[in-house]
Design a protein around this ligand. Structure first.
Ligand SMILES: Nc1ncnc2c1ncn2[C@@H]1O[C@H](COP(=O)(O)OP(=O)(O)O)[C@@H](O)[C@H]1O
Ligand SMILES: [Mg+2]
Length: 279
């Protein structure tokens, strides 16, 4: 990770950052162009979390195209699709990352207008993105990585609870985070999200590069997280593994929603899986 990214992360973790506040003032309210369709979408959407008519761009490239879905409290939703379908872009748009740029659409988390927020505000509102590269902060121990996560905002799970979910983190809590195995770094990245008062956990490829036995540890933990009432959207190339722990699935194809239904429907529909997931 570059120094700039470390700084970026630290700023996202700190609501006190004047630089973030200034950038928030510049970006708030830029995603309000959806207009009259907002109220229609809002009426039919889940009270817990919904996105309606999301349109997001990288420069001139129109990537997230009119994406709408809703999520009930306590669900695990699998967000699937082939490589390049727009899954990461959709998660980043929801977490209010600078790129892709959200040009229109509505993101509501328990009625809070996330589409009007900067990234650090979305984080304080309870949106926790665990990115594909996990972003463990170099030079900090496991526990210091947790400490950094809770600098700003309301506290979530106590460290002991995180350590009982991931006992390997407890054993390694004084070890530098970047020296952990891939699976342990994923556990730390999830633990760091849980240490904050989160309302929506967004996981981008959490199983990537992990041996099946390590993946199973994480699956078990994610089911415990659901038992605790936390709502999760999981993006995974390993669609079957994601569907196994998910209640419902959304499939993206070239940036658009191609399917919404139960996880079981996808597992049972070979033609659908073949068409959109290549499995
Ligand atoms: N930073 C970027 N700049 C320009 N295009 C991008 C960028 N990131 C991703 N894309 C493009 O957006 C599309 C969707 O990418 P992504 O959301 O990463 O897909 P997925 O996560 O489903 O594999 C792809 O065509 C990809 O090339
Ligand atoms: Mg991706």
């Amino acid at each position: 990770m570059s120094t700039a990214e470390v700084v970026d992360f630290a700023q996202a973790a700190s609501a006190a950052s004047a630089a973030s506040a200034a950038s928030a003032a510049g970006t708030a309210g830029t995603a309000n162009a959806a207009g009259a369709s907002d109220s229609v979408a809002a009426k039919s959407a889940s009270d817990y979390f919904s996105v309606a008519g999301l349109n997001a761009f990288y420069g001139d490239s129109y990537i997230v195209q009119d994406v709408s879905f809703d999520v009930n409290e306590g669900e695990i939703i699998a967000l699937l699709g082939r490589n390049g379908a727009g899954k990461t872009s959709t998660l980043r748009a929801i977490a209010r990352a600078d790129q892709p740029e959200l040009r229109s659409g509505q993101i509501l988390l328990q009625g809070q207008p996330v589409h009007e927020m900067a990234a650090y505000q979305a984080s304080l509102a309870g949106v926790a993105l665990v990115p594909e590269d996990r972003r463990i902060i170099p030079g900090l121990t496991v526990e210091e990585n947790l400490d950094l996560a809770v600098i700003a905002g309301e506290r979530g799970w106590e460290y002991e609870r995180i350590y009982s979910l991931f006992p390997r983190l407890k054993e390694r809590r004084k070890q530098e985070g970047t020296t952990l195995s891939g699976g342990e770094q994923q556990m730390l990245a999830i633990g760091r999200a849980l240490a904050k008062d989160l309302k929506l956990l967004l996981l981008d490829e959490p199983y990537e590069g992990l041996a099946p036995v390590v993946r199973q540890d994480i699956e078990k933990a994610l089911l415990e997280v659901r038992e605790a009432g936390i709502t999760t959207i999981i993006v995974e190339q390993n669609a079957v593994a994601a569907l196994k722990i998910s209640d419902r699935a959304i499939i993206l194809d070239t940036g658009e929603v191609a399917f919404k239904g139960s996880a079981k429907e996808v597992l049972d529909d070979e033609a659908l899986r073949h068409e959109y997931l290549a499995i």
